[in-house]
Design a protein around this ligand. Structure first.
Ligand SMILES: [Fe+2]
Ligand SMILES: [Fe+2]
Length: 185
């Protein structure tokens, strides 16, 4: 498979989970509480491991350096913007997590903060994904040689094994299917 296709497929999985998060936010806004806080814990684990460590790891450690080699700029350019947005995403997930801990400790008002941080994350990541799909990935497909793309693909497989461990990727896909059937059907 081509490395860019792999990242695009991961984007589709992320977009589904962002819709699940949006649905949870709507329910929480209506009722003022979380019917299933454990589902949010699963989502936060997905954002931390699948999205940040694995997907952003592939981009930051391998794709972005490969694009820099062919002249795409970091400082003041698209790679710098992507890196900044990855960091903003990390910050938003940390805030969601802190609000969830407060809620589970009995602070019912933390629901409002949680929804606020979750919505910021949804907006940020959806537009980030669109920029990558429509701009950066097009640059990659047009400018990276077949050999470089093969090298990236092998590197991506190593990152998956190292960062999320064997079998975990499938477990995440099962989780996506299960939450999708609960919240989006
Ligand atoms: Fe990214
Ligand atoms: Fe991405």
């Amino acid at each position: 498979m081509k490395p860019i296709e792999d990242l695009k497929m991961e984007h589709e999985a992320v977009k589904i989970i962002l819709r699940v998060l949006d649905s949870i936010c709507k329910e929480a806004e209506k009722s003022g509480e979380l019917a299933n806080p454990e589902h949010l814990e699963q989502l936060i684990e997905f954002f931390t491991t699948f999205v940040d460590r694995c997907h952003h790891g592939k981009e930051e450690e391998l794709l972005f350096p490969a694009l820099e080699e062919v002249g795409v700029s970091r400082e003041g350019g698209p790679i710098g913007v992507m890196l900044k947005e990855h960091q903003q995403g990390r910050d938003a997930v940390a805030k969601m997590k802190a609000s969830l801990v407060k809620y589970r400790d009995g602070d019912r008002k933390a629901v409002g903060d949680l929804v606020h941080h979750a919505r910021a994350y949804i907006t940020l990541l959806n537009q980030h994904i669109d920029k990558e799909n429509n701009v950066l990935f097009v640059l990659a497909d047009n400018n990276l040689s077949k050999e470089k793309q093969m090298e990236l693909w092998e590197g991506f497989e190593t990152i998956e094994t190292q960062k999320i461990g064997p079998g975990k990727h499938e477990a995440f896909h099962q989780m996506i299917e299960s939450l999708e059937s609960i919240y989006l059907s």
